[in-house]
Design a protein around this ligand. Sequence first.
Ligand SMILES: Cc1ncc(COP(=O)(O)O)c(C=O)c1O
Ligand SMILES: Nc1c(O)cccc1C(=O)C[C@H](N)C(=O)O
Length: 410
Amino acid sequence: MSYNIAQLDKQDVLAPKRALFNLPEEVIYLDGNSLGALPKASVERIQQVVNQQWGNDLISSWNKHNWIDLPLQTGEKIAPLLGAGPDQVVVCDSISVNLYKLLITALTMQSGRAKVVSEQDNFPTDLYMVQGVQTLLGETRCQLISVASEDIENALTDDVAVLMLTHINFRTGRIHDMQRLTRLAHQKGIIVIWDLAHSAGAVPLALDECNVDFAVGCGYKYLNGGPGAPAFLYAAKRHHNKISQPLNGWMGHAKPFEFSPRYDAAPGIKQFLTGTPSIIAMAALDAALDVFDSVSMAQIRQKSSALTELFLHLKRQHPALDDLVLCSPTDSELRGSQLSFSHPAAYAICQALIDHNVVPDFRAPDIVRFGFTPLYLSFADVAKAIAVLHNIMQQRLYTHNKYRTKAAVT
Ligand SMILES: Cc1ncc(COP(=O)(O)O)c(C=O)c1O
Ligand SMILES: Nc1c(O)cccc1C(=O)C[C@H](N)C(=O)O
């Protein structure tokens, strides 16, 4: 198969979206799966929130600019990207904190069951949160069972309380079959929590259709909400009246401004709020979501698969790149919007790429990870990235001493 790259870019219906982002001209950014690029709309909105709303309207902004409803309003903007109907998504806190709320919520729905099944290769914070709940409640109420990916189905026995999985693996990009695993878990009476950190804004999702119980996801990756953007939490409507989450903060109270000493949870999804939302950060995320206007997740997915397929095709043309061993699934249907390759010098290769204006990231112990964000990446960018990578590998530029020293954040 041969590719006409100029033609691919010409036919690309998402190409105009690139103009909605502030990205340095010379940089090919392949790390939107760690930190999304900066949408121009977020810059404008932050300036407005700071200068006009905070600066001028001060405290009246909670009403005048409806700051108080921003967690719900932004949640409603995210919902269609998740295949979720209204009133089920709220924006708040981080994934870690939201997982804590949901783990305890789910465990209290499951009397007599304590096991939380997850995957050994899950993103560590997910496993840490279960370990923390286990320490708090004791093993009789919470017990982490972490298994290899291929053993998950066998681990779904009728003494399991919760299945907690990350939909798209952060290292390999491998996608779990959400529909099948949720159905199998439900057949055994198990509640399912999905972590959508690498899925939301990257692949089409159908949370309602898959009958998912709970989910969390990230604001700062494919949703482009900025560093430390608040996360989101999904809770299926059918559970809203039967649950209670453990972090009973005043923003999740039914009537926070009555300042009652007694906690009464707000109805619906609002009960998952805890403390005062970070308005500037949330406004940046809210504005960033407008880049998804007038495009479908199917279009995004189609371009994402085409970009990763092109990368692999071009890589195969260069024997000097053979030492980079693909650890993402070869079938594009089975992987998210990323490609990961192992190599003993992965860290140095990453640094050399960054030095040459191609930005992937390194994941320990030996992975170079490339994220493909269809909203701001062109097919020509992919071709340029391969040319730079080829030069680095063929000339062995990565062996230079300056690429050896590891930074604190990788
Ligand atoms: C799968 C996954 N879950 C959770 C996190 C962490 O989320 P947070 O920093 O919002 O707690 C990340 C990345 O940071 C992630 O990749
Ligand atoms: N949240 C991050 C941060 O604060 C610094 C560096 C990286 C991150 C990440 O998001 C890592 C990311 N979840 C990953 O998939 O590796």
